[in-house]
Design a protein around this ligand. Sequence first.
Ligand code: FAD
Length: 505
Amino acid sequence: MAIYDIAIIGGGINGSGIARDASGRGLSVLLAEAADLASGTSSASTKLIHGGLRYLESYDFRLVAEALAEREVIWAMAPHIVWPLRFVLPHAAGARPAPLIRLGLLLYDYLGSRRLLPGSRALDLRSDPAGAPLRAGLRRAFEYSDCWVDDARLVVLNAVDAARRGADVRVRCEVVRAGREGGHWTIELYDRVAGRTSTVAARVLVNAAGPWVGEALASRIAGSGRSRARLVKGSHIVVPRLFAHERAYIFQNPDRRVVFAIPYERDFTLVGTTDVDFTGDPRGIAASPDEIAYLCASVSAWLAKPVAPADVVWSYAGVRSLYDDGSSAAQEVTRDFMLELDGAGGEAPVLSVFGGKITTYRRLAEAAMERLAPWLPNAGKAWTRGAVLPGGDFPVDGIEALVASLYREHPELPAGLVHRLARAYGTRAGELLAGSRSLTDLGHRFGADLTEREVAWLVREEWARTAEDILWRRSKLGLRFTPTEQRDLEGWLAAHLGALAARTG
Ligand code: FAD
């Protein structure tokens, strides 16, 4: 039976980040994901690498400072899928007082460890283009920096890098049960595709099951303690583009929450989020009609042209598994991560991950390795700060140069496709396109600009197995696919997956 140094339950951002960190320290790693990589909360976020301006109100300065410091670190690690975004915060009577906001933003600037991101400033909405889509009568706004990230691709790139460094990444592989035996963990796995069960062993176990962290503790990991998870659901809607410029808005709601409206996938605007206490199984959850109505009303209160539920072209929901700190309101529960270690008296340890943010996943992985160090004496030093992710080996301001060089090599390809591939795969886009001169060389075209070449790449290099994996996580081409095109892709995968996946090994 194979013995791993570390077995990880869950291929979300935290499990994949820990797998990457641990394999880069020379450890043998198993990452088991029951469904697809990023199929849980990590593809359902607001997709911001941010400090969280609103956490300043709860005096969470350490959390904000640590998260802010990660912005430029993560941007430099993956400049193809991470980029700076300016946020416009309009001010109106009845909202938080302007001097308080100005002070908060100065603190945000000060805590932010910024080298490249510009600081905050005040705007006059009567002359600034950011005022154009807003309702009449608004005069003042503030503007500040955070970063945007393709959350699902960040997860996949961490898993790809972990695998390159030797991790055994298994998708559609569920951890059914884990029990302590002879100083290590014996773990039963169920391969959902092959329908087979197998057993492995590991010195340490990491429970990074996201919203299932409590379920894993309660019914899969033998002898583990009571869970302190508090599940909070958040939903987003996507509507046709609401404004022409490239900045995002952060709107203040009368309930003191904030709602974002963010430029999304060129032709759309992403609006979110909600905070609703949640019970039940988070698999397959969706935005409720009430949440959709709430989000539409929230942005409509600030815009000249209202947004209605009928405008919504797509919506999604995710569940945070926060550490229950006893707060009454869902939006007040700390977003900080909590690592709970259970391994008293020389037992094989299990480390459970609660809460956290996409933004701080790299730091969480480092903290997890520090906590597990006594059981992993052969682990190398921390290394991920400054280590680029696959395709990210180009300067943070180099995306246009990368697009131009790809275009020079493939002048017959549509400019939009070249740009999308550069954004998705960074410097690896050249590898994906190798030997192709025209669109015909890329094989069958399924819909939008998705070709057979890219689908084969996603199966071979990124563990994609279904149309949903490809259209909603490896890309967001689902926004542009018709139902017929989706069926065509599903049919093609059914016919070719076996051969393609076999080549993956
Ligand atoms: P998940 O991504 O849920 O991963 C857990 C994985 O475990 C799942 O894929 C699941 O299939 C797998 N799993 C479960 N049980 C088993 C089992 N038995 N065997 C094998 N696999 C199993 N953070 C930010 O930094 N910026 C944001 O803008 C932001 N916005 C957010 C907005 C919303 C609405 C929400 C809900 C969260 C947001 N977050 C944001 C927080 C961030 O998304 C989460 O902290 C993060 O995605 C959690 O990742 P995870 O890996 O812990 O969990």
